[in-house]
Design a protein around this ligand. Structure first.
Ligand code: FES
Ligand code: FES
Length: 157
């Protein structure tokens, strides 16, 4: 079937197989930040934004994205780099496999709630699995970023 979607601000028209996942559709278009760790809605690595809300692209048919806006990490580079700096500052930079999904959910959280508590961060990101960390460094980095972003908005920057 023919679908038309907006990906990172660009209109794309394409024919998709009825059974193709959104994950495969995005990878086929060179959006290699989108990763697959499980194909079964468990790990969060394939997270992208659909009309600004995080969804698992491994578990959604590409056909269902017809008419919607998709954002991948490639479309939020500046935001991701800024938040990533704070996480790296805590020595908790993540691998290229789990980081894109983690970052997409972090960005979605901060857009919905620019001043989350630690519990809210942990809850929102609980679907993003990392095999190698205790999540503490990432949490501290995000909270420091929140403090920084709020201080900028108070100054009107
Ligand atoms: S690859 Fe989609 S949740 Fe794991
Ligand atoms: S840093 Fe990527 S899985 Fe742990």
């Amino acid at each position: 079937m023919l679908i038309e979607v907006t990906i990172n601000g660009s209109r794309v028209k394409a024919h998709v197989d009825a059974g193709a996942t959104l994950y495969q559709f995005l990878r086929d278009r060179g959006l290699f930040s989108v990763k697959c760790g499980c194909s079964s809605s468990i790990c969060g690595m394939c997270t992208v934004l659909l009309d600004g809300k995080p969804i698992l692209s491994c578990s959604m048919l590409a056909a269902r994205a017809d008419g919607h806006n998709i954002t991948t990490l490639e479309g939020v580079q500046k935001e991701a780099e800024e938040i990533g700096r704070f996480i790296a500052g805590e020595g908790a930079e993540q691998c290229g496999f789990c980081n894109p999904g983690y970052m997409m959910n972090t960005i979605a959280l901060l857009r919905e709630n620019p001043n989350p508590t630690e519990d809210e961060v942990l809850k929102y990101l609980s679907g993003n699995l990392c095999r190698c960390s205790g999540y503490q460094g990432q949490l501290i980095g995000i909270m420091k970023y929140v403090e920084y972003a709020n201080s900028l908005s108070k100054e009107g920057v």
